[in-house]
Design a protein around this ligand. Sequence first.
Ligand SMILES: [Zn+2]
Ligand SMILES: [Zn+2]
Length: 68
Amino acid sequence: MGSVIDLNDWRLNSMQGPVCAIAGCPNKPTNQCPKCSTYYCFEHVKSHFHMESSEDRQNRYDDINRIR
Ligand SMILES: [Zn+2]
Ligand SMILES: [Zn+2]
């Protein structure tokens, strides 16, 4: 049980100190995402994704339809 990472603990740590916000990632957080203001290591700042509200997605979809 000792090796299981508590996600809540990890999240708290990532707010306070130098760990990547991706749970279990051992890399140093060298980049702050401008969109979610969370620190990630170089790899994860590129590959993490955001929760998009369905409203945003719908707007984008409408824009595409309008152009065509
Ligand atoms: Zn982000
Ligand atoms: Zn990372």
